[in-house]
Design a protein around this ligand. Structure first.
Ligand code: G1P
Length: 288
């Protein structure tokens, strides 16, 4: 069955980015001039998905406002004759068909996914964790869907990470199947380096079969007292095969200040309008 729907989880506290995220959703922090979550929705749309469920929580209203129409701002821009910006903001509100689901208790990623069951129903779906941005000429989720179409089993995106970083990621025990594709023999959420079954870490893109919901219902709180998606997937292994795909592209972790700065600099340098001036400034700065 084709992947038509995507879940974007945006209910987290953003504690790695305080105090900026005290009153502002981390998903709306801008890379240059576009909120992070808009890049993720653009990836979904470019991958052929147009029905999107965003899981939010208290304090995240700015996300809904961003993707809504803004008649007053449109009127102001129209009056000023600023057709360029008018087009920019109209396009944002027409990007995709988005619905919002508010998680009343933040009990973990697995719990957030479980809360989407009534909206997703009985079909495979994509999941995006918006901290992770992946840049490549073929969108990462499009690459995943192409692999899913052949295997029709749950699929997690993975990347080689440093051995010392295993405690930041879900880690898979991989069995190579074909170029960039692995069968997952086991998964562990954030193990210490000595306990990690490999150096392939899960990155925030998944395609899940609907059987994950029954598994998440049964999954007890795990690491950090949270219901972990990784644990739900481990349960799913008893029913179905799960695969991992080592995507092509550069991944940026925008959920912490250093990763965010790296992404900001790279995205700014690539811009046609401000890129050249920014490069000249950086070169001068580094020489001094
Ligand atoms: C979550 C998942 C983890 C995965 C990571 C990718 O962790 O639980 O398995 O590797 O996303 O970004 P988080 O970073 O939300 O703590």
């Amino acid at each position: 069955m084709a992947i038509r729907k995507a879940v974007i989880t945006a209910a987290g506290w953003g504690t790695r980015f305080l105090p900026a995220t005290k009153a502002q959703p981390k998903e709306t922090l801008p890379l240059v001039d576009k909120p992070i979550i808009q890049y993720v929705i653009e990836e979904a749309v470019a991958s052929g998905i147009s029905q999107i469920v965003i899981v939010t929580a208290g304090g995240k209203r700015a996300i809904e406002d961003h993707f809504d129409r803004s008649p007053e701002l449109e009127m102001v821009l129209e009056r000023k004759g600023d057709l360029k910006n008018l087009q920019v903001i109209r396009r944002v509100s027409e990007l995709a068909d988005i619905c919002y689901l508010r998680q009343k208790q933040q009990l973990g990623l697995g719990h957030a996914i479980l809360s989407t069951r009534p909206v997703i129903g009985d079909e495979p779906f994509a999941v995006f964790l918006p901290d992770d941005l992946i840049d490549w000429h073929v969108p990462a989720m499009r690459q995943m869907i192409d692999v899913y179409d052949k295997l029709e089993q749950s699929l997690v995106a993975v990347e080689k990470i440093g051995r010392e970083e295993t405690s930041k990621y879900g880690i898979i025990d991989p069995q190579p199947v074909s170029e960039r594709v692995f069968r997952v023999l086991d998964l562990v959420e954030k193990p210490a380096p000595a306990d990690a079954p490999s150096d392939l870490g899960i990155v925030g893109r998944y395609i899940l079969t609907p059987e994950i919901y029954d598994m998440l219902e049964k999954t007890p709180p795990g690491r950090g007292g949270e219901i972990q998606l990784t644990d739900g997937l481990k349960g799913l292994l008893s029913l179905q095969n799960i695969y991992a795909y080592q995507f092509e592209g550069t991944r940026y972790d925008t959920g912490n200040p250093l990763g965010f700065l790296i992404a900001s600099v790279e995205y700014a340098l690539r811009r046609e309008d401000i890129g050249p001036a920014f490069r000249a400034y950086l070169e001068k700065l580094l020489q001094s």
